[in-house]
Design a protein around this ligand. Structure first.
Ligand SMILES: C[S@@+](CC[C@H](N)C(=O)[O-])C[C@H]1O[C@@H](n2cnc3c(N)ncnc32)[C@H](O)[C@@H]1O
Ligand SMILES: [Zn+2]
Length: 482
């Protein structure tokens, strides 16, 4: 796909709109570190994110999520198009509560876009901690597919916290997924450990440049010769938190070490590849990518995020940085070939095949003008309390579910012209693979068809289609008529 945004660009805005505007399959690597749902007291007020970066205007952003703030359209989109994901979020809601579920919705709608814009050979690394890592893993399995899960990397750092009545918390989790099983991976090596260590831990021996490992029965098996070390393992304990006086320190409490992101970028991209960090903060991923001659795109809604990038690209120290005037830094952008955007890109690759029926009605906007509740209401009002699959007349409208006529998996849309009302048994029998007419045939064969007057499917369908066209025509914005 063609890239519809510039290299080396910072978008200073919400990443959802930017991600939604990016063409599919344009990014080689995503390495990102979203805010956690910690409600942690950072530099100031409890529950709020306060950046103590000197130039940041007092732009206080909450680092917590509430279920009632979840956009109903997000949930419906997840329910319609990613039912496994919906169940994962629902499980989190029951086990850890609504705030975690709200956070997962926030993250998931973005991960869906990240999955779409990754190239087929692309990879994603998502940094989190045990606050929600188990639930995030479920969401990522649902979005990227469990067969594309590569590693759970444990980043073990040494940062002592005030003693509490449990073990010291000293690790973060980085989930590594690829888009397909054909992906870029340059094997990172680590130094040979001493023999005792190897025998104890990997049950192998280092013999010159040959690594021999024992199999389950204790026999030595030959292993690929590793020049200069052994293949790096998934517990990284050789990179520590940035010390208070370190040169790379910006003052942001979220900042992660450059070495950590450099390792990821070297393993999963080549020179000239495009690296994206949609939660780029004070630009660790960006700086590591630039150092390694990768192209990059960063997104952060934090005001003045660009000053982190520019001053770090300039390689100036924190002390100097605080003295430099903002406008003096802005001038540097050209020199560092950096672009600054506050408007999202517009996709140029929208495939019309998403809208087989209605492409004659609206051009590019596939968004559903109606909510689930509205479609349900319209269908009940028009066609009455009756199951479209078996003619059952339920006691009230709660017994009727809003179903897809052509299953999503066969290219059916979420619009009202592809919806039917089904009773619970019909709904679960129809599943994902059956059409409405085969459901009716099966009900007839098995004796479940009720003696009531059936819904005339053909006229129902032409009614809902015309109804949709009418809504789209009357809609003042969003939907463009052809
Ligand atoms: C944990 S920090 C990333 C720190 C980064 N890894 C570093 O080392 O500098 C998360 C960042 O995500 C940003 N953020 C949170 N929600 C966002 C959103 N919806 N769109 C864009 N950025 C967002 C925050 O402003 C914050 O800078
Ligand atoms: Zn039924």
């Amino acid at each position: 796909m063609t890239q519809n945004f510039s290299d080396n660009t910072l978008y200073e805005m919400d990443n959802l709109v930017v991600l939604r505007g990016m063409n599919s399959e344009t990014v080689d690597l995503i390495a990102t570190d979203p805010p956690f749902n910690t409600k942690r007291n950072r530099a100031g007020t409890a529950g709020f994110y306060v950046d103590n970066w000197k130039w940041g205007d007092t732009d206080i952003l909450p680092d917590q999520w509430k279920w009632n703030e979840v956009h109903p359209k997000w949930l419906e989109e997840i329910k319609d198009n990613h039912i496994e994901l919906y169940h994962a979020i629902d499980a989190a809601k029951h086990c850890q509560g609504e705030d975690t579920a709200a956070f997962l919705c926030f993250l998931s709608v973005r991960l869906i876009e990240m999955h779409r814009i990754l190239k087929k050979t692309g990879s994603i690394y998502l940094h989190c901690d045990p606050t929600a890592s188990h639930y995030i893993k479920m969401c990522m399995d649902a979005i990227f597919g469990k067969k594309n899960f590569r590693n759970e990397i444990v980043w073990h750092y040494r940062r002592w916290t005030a003693a509490s009545k449990r073990f010291q918390k000293m690790h973060d989790i980085i989930f590594y997924y690829t888009k397909t099983n054909n992906y870029i991976f340059t094997k990172p090596l680590q130094e040979y450990a001493d023999e005792k260590y190897i025998e104890d831990t990997v049950r192998g021996m280092v013999d010159g440049k040959l690594v021999r490992l024992k199999d389950d029965k204790g026999n030595y098996i030959k292993r690929e010769t590793q020049k200069g070390g052994v293949l790096m393992h998934d517990v990284w304990n050789d990179i520590n938190f940035i010390g208070p006086t370190a040169n790379e320190r910006t003052g942001s409490p979220d900042q992660k070490p450059l070495d950590l992101y450099a390792r990821i970028i070297e393993a999963s991209s080549n020179e000239g590849d495009l690296v994206l960090d949609p939660f780029c903060g004070c630009a660790t991923t960006i700086i590591a990518a630039d150092d390694l001659k990768r192209r990059w795109v960063g997104i952060d809604r934090r005001k003045d995020a660009r000053y982190h990038i520019i001053t770090r690209l300039m390689g100036i120290s924190r002390k100097e940085r605080e003295r430099i005037e903002k406008h003096a830094v802005d001038k540097q952008m050209e020199k560092y070939e950096m672009h600054y955007q506050t408007e999202s890109p517009t996709r140029t690759d929208q495939d019309e095949q998403n809208l087989p029926e209605l492409s004659h009605v609206y051009a590019a906007e596939p968004e559903n003008p109606l909510t689930h509740a509205e479609m349900h209401e319209i269908l009940v009002n028009k066609f009455g309390l009756k199951c479209w699959g078996c003619n059952y007349i339920p006691p009230d409208k709660r017994y009727l579910h809003l179903d897809h006529i052509i299953p999503k998996s066969d290219g059916g849309t979420n619009h009202i012209d592809n919806r039917a009302l089904l009773c619970q048994p019909c709904n679960s029998m129809k599943s994902n693979t059956m059409s409405l007419s085969s459901l009716r045939r099966q009900n007839k064969r098995e004796g479940y068809l009720q003696p009531n007057e059936p819904i005339d499917l053909q006229s129902a369908l032409s009614w809902t289609k015309n109804h949709l066209i009418k809504i789209v025509r009357e809609s003042p914005h969003q939907y463009r008529l052809l």
